[in-house]
Every structure is written in C-alpha cells, then in structure tokens.
Design a protein around this ligand. Structure first.
Ligand SMILES: [Zn+2]
Ligand SMILES: [Zn+2]
Length: 259
C-alpha cells in the first residue's frame, strides 16, 4: 500500500509526504547548511517519499531525500549528519541531484541497502548498491539523531541550556537583528518583536534563531517569508512549543494584513 501522510510514522514536510525522521532532520540540515553559507534559502527538494522511476523504488517509504543542489560540501554535511549521500550525475543517467538516505531511520527499508553499501565503501548504485567502489576502507556514519546533535554542537548549541540565558553568541545575533530591523518600517518592527517572542518561547533558542534569521533578513522583500518559516517551524516543533509558534504566526498574519 502506498505511503501517505496518514501512514504511521509519516507526516508532511513542506507539503510532501515524509517520514517523521526526515521531517525532523531536514530543517536541521537546512539550518546547518545556511549557517555554513552553503545555501541561502530553503533546500530545493525534488523528492522525499515518492516513486520516481529513476529512483528504483528507494523512495517508496521513508528516509530517502532528493535535492536539486549538487554541492560537494553540502553532501559532506549530509554525511556528517547521518545520511548516506551522493551527488547523482548525468553520466550515471540522472538529472543531476543529491540523493541521501538517513541512517537509523526505521522507515527506510527499501533504501537501507544503500546505507550498507555506503558503509562498505560503495556508491549505492547497481546491484546491491555496490556498482562502484569509492573507498577501500569501511566507512562509519552517525545516525540521523546523532547527526542533529553533532550539527548543534558545531554551532555551539546545547539543547538543554536555560532558555532565558542568552549566550554572547545569541546576544550578537539579536543585535544584528536589531540593527537590521532599525532600518525598517513599523510593521517590520512588530515582526522583530515576534521573532524575539519566538526566541523566548523556545528552549533551543539558537537553533530557531538560526532558522528564523535568514527570513528576518529578507523582510524588506517580504513579511510572508517569515510567515512561511514560522509555519515550517510549527510543523516540526515539539508539541510544547507548537502552540506558541501558532500564536505568533497568527500575530504575524495580523501584521501582514496591516502592512
Ligand atoms: Zn533519491
Ligand atoms: Zn524515518
């Protein structure tokens, strides 16, 4: 039976059916990629759970993702964060994209052989994913959960820190936000208040500021960018913060209406 958003262990991410692992992992991956300057906006996702012919069934369940970006450092980041990932090329018969499979995802049965192939040093294509050897040595891979923890640690985020204790890093981020916002008009100042509200509402503050900052910086272009980021954040947030995010989103809607 085809997987839908109602299938146990599945949900949607930006309108696409995805397993709950991917729905948690992708925003963290995206935020880490943005912090590293590898991408400026959202990931250009082309397939999560799906049945594209070229994918040979590996996307039929969870854990597998395709993005249009073909950036070696982005692939390396995905691997550090617990995905067996490769750039798929025209020479291999693909429209170029990056394909990845989360390690430790219980929903990725049709693609799990590719994780095994990666660990054994192969490229994930061909029979058993072992069509071409990439390295003679066996490789290691974090689980996707360990990958999220690793990415947060790289960023200096300790998810369990007190929410109200701003680190110098956080202060600096909010100051940059301040300077930026000072130049903007009243509706945007209100938005700034909302961003601070989000920061206060959420224990893992840096993660979310990192997530919201790119949107806030583009406010001159559109308030709706921040609204979309809030919706995406709410979609994957813990139940404890979801209500706060939704309240803030409603406030932002009111600001947008007056803008
Ligand atoms: Zn794929
Ligand atoms: Zn999963």
């Amino acid at each position: 039976m085809a997987v839908t958003a109602k299938t146990a262990g599945f949900t949607t991410f930006r309108g696409r059916v995805a397993c709950t692992c991917l729905a948690q992992w992708l925003p963290e991956f995206e935020a880490a990629a943005q912090r590293l300057g590898l991408i400026t906006g959202e990931l250009d996702i082309t397939q999560l759970t799906g049945d594209a012919d070229a994918s040979g069934g590996t996307h039929e369940r969870g854990g597998a993702f395709d993005i249009w970006e073909t950036i070696q450092k982005l692939v390396e980041l995905a691997i550090e964060m617990g995905a067996a990932a490769w750039i798929r090329t025209r020479a291999q018969g693909f429209k170029p994209h990056t394909h990845g499979v989360l390690n430790g995802c219980p929903h990725n049965a049709p693609a799990r052989y590719q994780v095994a192939a990666y660990l054994a040093g192969f490229n994930g294509l061909g029979k058993g994913g072992r069509g071409r050897r990439e390295t003679a040595q066996p490789r290691t891979l974090r689980t996707w959960r360990e990958g999220i923890a690793w990415a947060r640690a790289q960023h200096g985020t300790t998810p369990t820190t007190e929410e109200d204790d701003m680190t110098p890093d956080q202060d600096a981020m909010l100051r940059r936000l301040d300077e930026r916002m000072l130049k903007l008009m009243k509706p945007v100042e209100e938005t700034h208040g909302l961003v601070r509200g989000v920061a206060k509402a959420i224990p893992t503050i840096q993660r979310w500021i990192g997530y919201l900052m790119p949107a806030a910086q583009r406010q001159e272009e559109s308030l709706t960018v921040l609204r979309a980021q809030l919706a995406a954040a709410a979609a994957t947030a813990d139940p404890s913060v979801k209500a706060d995010l939704e309240r803030l989103a409603a406030d932002l809607d009111a600001v947008i209406e007056r803008a």
